[in-house]
Design a protein around this ligand. Sequence first.
Ligand SMILES: [Fe+2]
Length: 211
Amino acid sequence: MNRDFLFRQLLRAYRSGIISEELFEAEVGELERGRAANGDGGGGFRAFGKVYRSERDAIVSFIDKARVAEGNAAEAFAAWASVTPTDCIRSGLKMIAEREGYHSRIFANRLMELGGEGHAQVSEESRQFAACAADPSMPDNEKLLRVASSIPDPEAAIRPILEFAESIKDDLETKEALRLFAEDELSSTRWLLYACGALNPAAGAEASSAR
Ligand SMILES: [Fe+2]
């Protein structure tokens, strides 16, 4: 894998909200030092452009961050559902909130089972999304445009998760959880883009003519 490919993977993970800005910067720094690109990471486990000491370390790191990000998203979508005046998106927001909440619980449980410690913090970007989702004065179509601009391509957004799952050889329990997680995320983001198009007919037309 060359450095450009690893960088693009990282960028995709960052843009789709899978990794925080801090982690993105740290991992780009690692790449720049040439460690991953030169393959001198001591034969460790590679994930998201970084070399971990082991598969377990990579899993613990990922599920810790996902636990926090999904928990924040669960609160954000539940708050959005409670303030939305738009009947046709309320049930979808509630379902996404439930999904995000159970992802967070599954990852928190798995982290405990693996003896890992929770260190991850909610990123500033996620915090801002939660504040905007809960804002009763912001119209739903604007909230949806904001979501759509952060996840323009749902398939691309989940690809790093699927690649990570694919690379896991020992921890089959987490591997399959990650596959199902990716499918849930794909379903949620596709629906959000559909809702965005429905509430923003002009933006929807632009998006489909660009495709
Ligand atoms: Fe999510």
